[in-house]
Design a protein around this ligand. Structure first.
Ligand code: G3H
Ligand code: 13P
Ligand code: NA
Ligand code: ZN
Length: 328
């Protein structure tokens, strides 16, 4: 059944686990997320970005989730809209049946320019008022995702600011977070701690100076009843990077957020962990490998099956690592 993000994250807080929130835009990704959840008895958060809505189209996306609910009636599913650029985007998603929306007011509607604090409060409070009246949950974001190494926002795909960010924007301020939550009534708050979207997060395995897990603890101490969200939380698996590059791919050396660091965050109030890149890499690696090893194959179901299995393995591993296995 579809449930709201608030319902699920309240349960997660009560039982001390974190939820991976997987981005999806096609059937294979939804299959992978659901098969993994079914095998380990985990609840599900599937989220759709603006890019996903553009790729699949709103009706197809909606019906993929309806299909998941129908096939897995015993698994609670949150359908979350990722990074809404303005209130109208969130209102359309609510109308379409999403049970949770993110108003990303950290950026202006162009999704490239950091916003002012007052603007962020204004648009997020507006979405909360409407969403809550309809039983839909709201995630806000305070601080801008970006690298503490370079000051860059990460991939330029419309999901993050472009160019160099001010250092003060790269780490969420705990006092400001408390004020923000009070003024906006968000159910969950995405915080900036040095992660960024996409595969190129860190040039070396991250240490405390470039991945500020300590900041999570400071924010959680200030707003213990707010569910914290980590964006840009793919771990960028080195084994998949290697498989991609040894089968015709050309990705640069790069590092993601180690699972152990996410587990540390979960001990300190992180309840939703956004993951997209890891599934993309597993899918691409599995397809490259399958086609290289089976050059005569031309039935797409064969390589898509390999892709689904690879994504499912990652999903299962995260469900287990974040403590949500057995929680459905
Ligand atoms: O928000 C970040 C996700 O990775 C979305 O990416 O806009 O390419 O679907 P996308
Ligand atoms: P990754 O690019 O690290 O998978 O992050 C996805 C994300 O934060 C979606 O909102
Ligand atoms: Na989100
Ligand atoms: Zn994100």
């Amino acid at each position: 059944a579809l449930i709201s993000l608030r319902q699920l994250l309240d349960h997660a807080a009560e039982h001390g686990y974190g939820m991976p929130a997987y981005n999806a835009n096609n059937m294979e990704q939804v299959h992978a997320v659901m098969q993994a959840a079914d095998e380990v008895d985990a609840p599900v958060i599937i989220q759709a970005s603006a890019g996903a809505r553009k790729y699949a189209g709103e009706p197809f996306l909606r019906h993929l989730i309806i299909a998941a609910v129908e096939q897995y009636p015993h698994i609670p599913i949150v359908l979350h809209q990722d990074h809404g650029a303005e209130p109208a985007v969130c209102f359309r998603s609510i109308q379409s049946g999403f049970t949770s929306v993110m108003m990303d007011g950290s950026l202006m509607p162009d999704m490239k320019t950091p916003s002012t604090y007052d603007y962020n409060v204004d648009v997020t409070a507006k979405v909360s008022e409407m969403a809550h009246a309809l039983g839909v949950s709201v995630e806000g974001e305070l601080g801008c995702l970006g690298s503490l190494e370079t000051g860059m926002a990460g991939e330029e795909d419309g999901s993050g600011a472009e160019g160099v960010l001010d250092h003060s924007q790269l780490l969420t301020d705990p006092d400001e977070a408390a004020d923000f939550v009070k003024k906006t009534a968000v159910d969950a708050l995405a915080i900036a701690i040095g992660t960024s979207h996409g595969a190129y997060k860190f040039t070396r395995p991250p240490t405390g100076d470039i991945l500020a897990i300590q900041r999570i603890k400071e924010i959680h101490a200030r707003i213990p009843n707010t569910h914290l969200v980590m964006h840009g939380s793919s771990s960028v698996p080195q084994d998949w990077l290697e498989i991609i590059n040894s089968h015709g791919g050309d990705m640069g050396q790069t590092y993601g957020v180690p699972v152990e660091e996410i587990q540390e965050g979960i001990k300190h109030g992180v309840r939703k962990v956004n993951i997209d890149t890891d599934l993309r890499m597993a899918s691409t690696g599995a397809i490259r490998k399958f086609l290289a090893e089976h050059p005569k194959e031309f039935d797409p179901r064969k390589f898509l099956k390999a892709s689904t299995a690879a994504m499912k393995d990652i999903c299962k591993a995260r469900y287990e690592a974040f403590g949500c296995a057995g929680m459905a």
